[in-house]
Design a protein around this ligand. Structure first.
Ligand code: ADP
Ligand code: MG
Length: 409
């Protein structure tokens, strides 16, 4: 297809086409939305089957047991899509068997890691007008159990970005949710959990018993290979784009970039969508690798903008310090010590007291989770190993400009 793009005949043919009406390459753009759950998940069959196996009891002998499963994988490995696909499939199957099984998906980070807010979302599935105040998390959990008994319902509750709940509430939250089952020896078990996180490290913060309840069933999602990304894109292109508007070369180019970006399918889908948008603005009726390249340079600051807004004041200040350092020094990475220095300087500028060194570790975690920075442990001469920070894809100048605007607001 690249040859065709360079073929002068082909280009001239495109030009003589009447361009009176704007040609939209999309057939159904909504299927590129991050919240859309695809019907098929190429290269996740094995994991879907494993989930079905873990939850087989929910269809065969509901109430006889409950389950806890942990899904682990990097950003864009399909954790959210996998659990939602599974949730839709199993509830569909359950309704055929007249089993009242609900799948509830909660993003713990969006609920600021609060068990109370998480449970509130779960309860509101059954009672949308349930009072928003006047209850503790325990009482909400009690209410949920009571509602489930009343309605003879079962729930698979997915706690996405589970690390955020651990960080906020520690072992207690896990303990409460598992104890509620154990306290009901002769009654049906109604609440199962799927916990999702990027890696197992946050589990270390739990006490041994909470950890062991979660560690028995782990599903590990490997990063996608380039070929796997090509397959995922191919599938999506068919449902989203009009026929023959996305040549193989374009898909290949997107897959290559997403593969470099850690095998991140989210990045691939986002690139595909933006490249389509660029194609539309040029009214060519075809999405070319050049549109992909344009998309890459636009996507990074755009994606980050929404992430930046969710950071707290000190995270923003810390990141602004990083952005300035990277802008001034033509370096691939800077040490945490250097970052701490500039953080203190920026704090002074914004007339706020710098937080402790331990807090900086938390900021690093949040910023890594958002994919804005990456950290590496490097050996630094005779002083052993130390943490270094890189800014892989965002332009430091863009980042500085954006953060300054947000902070001034
Ligand atoms: P994670 O939660 O691991 O960060 P997501 O589940 O949000 O990743 O996936 C990112 C994007 O890629 C979503 O748009 C999702 O629909 C898509 N995606 C991920 N894996 C697959 C797959 N195997 N098949 C089709 N689409 C996928
Ligand atoms: Mg996710």
């Amino acid at each position: 297809m690249a040859e065709k793009d360079n073929n002068p005949l082909c280009i001239s043919l495109l030009w003589v086409q009447p361009v009176s009406r704007y040609f939209n390459v999309f057939r159904d753009e909504t299927k590129l939305d991050i919240n859309y759950v695809p019907h098929r998940l190429p290269h996740r069959d094995k994991e879907l089957r494993l989930l079905a196996e873990f939850f087989n009891f929910a269809l065969q002998t509901p109430g006889k047991m409950s389950q806890r499963v942990l899904i682990v994988g990097d950003v864009g490995t399909g954790k959210t899509a996998l659990s939602q696909r599974f949730g839709a499939d199993i509830t569909n199957e359950a309704s055929k068997h007249n089993i009242n099984l609900r799948y509830i998906h909660v993003n713990c980070r969006q609920k600021r890691g609060s068990l109370f807010l998480i449970l509130q979302q779960a309860v509101s599935v059954f009672h949308p007008n349930f009072p928003k105040r006047g209850y503790s998390a325990e009482e909400l959990l009690e209410s949920l159990t009571q509602i489930l008994d009343e309605e003879n319902a079962y729930v698979i509750l997915t706690l996405d970005e589970f690390d955020s709940l651990i960080e906020q509430e520690g072992s207690d939250a896990v303990y409460k949710m598992t104890r509620i089952q154990e306290g009901r020896q002769n009654k049906p078990q109604r609440l199962s959990l799927i916990c999702i996180q990027r890696n197992v490290a946050p589990l270390q913060r739990l006490d041994a018993s909470a950890r062991s309840t979660l560690q028995s069933n782990i599903i590990n999602l490997e990063k996608y290979s380039k070929q796997q990304l090509i397959d995922i894109l191919g599938d999506r292109i068919q449902t989203v784009f009009k026929p023959q508007t996305v040549p193989e070369d374009t898909a290949d180019c997107i897959a290559e970039l997403a593969h470099q970006e850690n095998g991140n399918a989210r990045f691939a889908i986002e690139l595909l969508w933006r490249a389509g948008k660029y194609a539309n603005t040029e009214d060519l009726g075809i999405v070319t690798p050049e549109h992909v390249r344009k998309a890459v340079s636009s996507i990074i600051p755009q994606v980050r903008k929404s992430d930046l807004a969710t950071l707290n004041l000190h995270e923003k200040i810390f990141l602004l310090g990083l952005a300035r350092t990277f802008k001034q020094a033509a370096k691939a990475h800077i040490s945490l010590a250097e970052a701490e220095q500039t953080y203190k300087i920026v704090c002074e500028e914004y007339e706020t007291k710098p937080n402790s060194h331990t807090q900086l570790w938390k900021y690093l975690q949040t910023l890594t989770a958002n994919g804005i920075i990456r950290t590496e442990v490097l050996s630094s001469g005779n002083r052993g190993r130390s943490t270094h920070i890189c800014l892989p894809t965002t332009s430091a100048a863009e980042l500085e400009r954006e953060l300054t605007t947000i902070l001034e607001k």
